[in-house]
Design a protein around this ligand. Structure first.
Ligand SMILES: [Zn+2]
Length: 533
């Protein structure tokens, strides 16, 4: 391991501090487009093949430290000993003044050269500053920097606790949806190395697992970023089928429109009536528990390929409504990841897939529809369509006698008003489940917070002209959406939690702490929850 000699060390005195950017000022869509066109004229070669396959090639776990352009080290505690260890591992001598600088700069990165090798050191020695949010966000700042280069990076991890967050931050920070941008990009190689000198890994697959989970989360981001002209219900189904074809533990079933009609899943059909693409209900059955008594966990994911609002058409810009299928993409990805990690559980994914479009045939406000459960619903607002398709899908879970139903949906704009893009709004008929999700969300840096499910809200979903109405006259629309769903649980005792990801799933612009476009948020929390329940 002789990539650097003591001679070259003397020549290097310079180093820089990577300043964390403050929240970027709001950019308009117009300026964004302008910048993109500008870069296009500079470089027209298409060297990029983005997508999941590419991500699998970029990120891996290694056991060797040789031959890298840049070494990135995160120090989380015991700074002096860790620095000594890194000096011996990499056969380098870090100048005294630099060590001081590293010591003094908490929650910052120091970027310096020794010879022709680049080093980026991040210091989180204070326990309080190594909390989940900072750890994840700081790693994602580094991840963003690694995009669009051809270099070879080695990331040295030495702290068991923060390993998942650091791997996640790097990969999620690195990800960009560039599939259709022909001007980009050089791709780096980014390897992870775990130094177990101080702390042995509890699970030797930890890094590999973290990489898998996060690459699969990037797949969610890819699917959600795809516009509806390139990903409609049929092409989505084909994609899922192809992707899962080699998974022996996952069985895919599809109910087409005729079957939905025969079964009486009229709410799913009603939402899709204005669309040229067919609606469907996809189920992904992942059966891998050793315990025969083990009951199923049902995941229901909202799959609205595009939401115009229907006859109650949306106003203002709503191009981001291609992201209204994020819940279904998350469910697909979670099931696939559980199989990738060989988690011994039985989990059923239920994906109602529709497109809420405008047409003479479309469902009209005031229409009364009989749901799959038999309850009739007065559709007062065609833009409150998510709860309609979820209602039929949740009742369909009866077939699987679930121990819990978890639904994931970009359901209400109000949840984004309450929490902005900072947290998922959770609502449950069991406060204990909410507490668990809040706790795990914190660990995974996917914040979740609960809203109450008081009886008043549930009573307010009743209609006079039909059994239920899909909106109420009150102001608590995020809760009202969830309260509507309670009416469709297979039994009143079925445990259930609703994840409203409308705020967190898609960002119109990038900030220091949020990614542009789809985020895939809640994937890590769901995998963590299911693994431990
Ligand atoms: Zn809608």
């Amino acid at each position: 391991m002789k990539f650097i000699t003591k001679k070259t060390l003397k020549q290097t005195k310079q180093f820089t501090i990577i300043k964390k950017k403050t929240k970027q000022s709001k950019r308009t869509l117009k300026t964004k487009t302008k910048t993109k066109t500008k870069t296009k004229t500079k470089n027209t070669k298409n060297k990029n093949s983005s997508g999941l396959q590419n991500m699998n090639q970029i990120f891996k776990s290694v056991k060797s430290l040789h031959n890298y352009d840049t070494y990135i080290v995160f120090f989380c505690s015991d700074l002096n000993n860790h620095i000594k260890r890194i000096e011996s591992l990499l056969d380098i001598k870090i100048p005294y003044n630099l060590k001081n600088e590293i010591n003094n700069r908490e929650e910052d990165f120091i970027d310096f050269y020794l010879g022709n090798k680049n080093f980026i050191f991040g210091n989180y020695k204070k326990k309080s500053s190594c909390k989940e949010k900072n750890c994840h966000e700081n790693a994602s700042i580094i991840g963003k920097r690694l995009n669009n280069t051809k270099k070879k990076y080695l990331i040295i991890l030495n702290d068991n606790q923060s390993l998942n967050l650091l791997v996640s931050g790097i990969i999620q920070g690195y990800y960009k949806f560039t599939k259709y941008n022909s001007t980009l990009i050089d791709t780096p190689s980014i390897d992870f190395y775990y130094d177990d000198h101080f702390e042995k890994l509890k699970n030797s697959n930890s890094i590999e697992n973290a990489i898998k989970i996060n690459i699969n989360q990037c797949e969610v981001r890819d699917l959600v970023n795809e516009p509806v002209n390139l990903l409609n219900s049929t092409t989505y189904l084909n994609y899922i089928k192809k992707s899962l074809s080699s998974y022996k533990n996952i069985k895919i079933n599809v109910l087409n429109q005729d079957q939905l009609k025969k079964m009486g899943m009229n709410l799913i059909l009603a939402v899709n009536k204005g669309s040229n693409n067919p609606s469907m209900l996809i189920t992904l059955e992942y059966i891998n528990s050793d315990n025969k008594e083990d009951k199923n966990i049902c995941l229901v994911g909202k799959g609205v390929m595009f939401d115009t609002g229907g006859i109650n058409i949306k106003y203002d810009e709503f191009y981001d409504m291609k992201s209204d299928m994020a819940g279904s993409a998350i469910v697909y990805s979670v099931i696939k990841t559980l199989a990738d990690l060989n988690i011994k559980k039985n989990v059923i994914g239920v994906l109602p897939i529709v497109e809420n479009d405008v047409d003479g045939k479309a469902t009209h406000p005031g229409d009364i529809i009989k749901s799959y459960s038999g309850k009739t619903v007065e559709i007062l607002d065609t833009d409150a369509e998510g709860r309609l398709i979820l209602a039929d899908a949740i009742y369909y879970c009866k077939k699987y006698n679930p121990k819990i139903i978890i639904d994931i949906a970009t359901l209400t704009g109000q949840v984004a008003e309450i929490f902005d893009n900072i947290a998922t709004g959770i609502m449950s008929n069991d406060p204990k489940i909410s507490e668990e999700f809040k706790k795990i969300g914190q660990i995974e840096n996917e914040k979740m917070w609960d809203l109450p499910m008081w009886d008043e809200y549930i009573e307010d979903t009743e209609s006079t002209m039909a059994d239920l109405k899909n909106i109420n006259r009150g102001d608590a629309s995020a809760i009202n959406g969830a309260a509507f769903l309670i009416n469709f649980l297979p039994t009143p005792k079925t445990k259930w939690i609703h994840l409203d990801i409308a705020g967190v799933s898609y960002n119109l612009e990038e900030t220091n702490t949020r990614f542009e476009g789809a985020t895939g948020e809640s994937v890590r929390t769901l995998i963590n929850y299911i693994t431990h329940h």
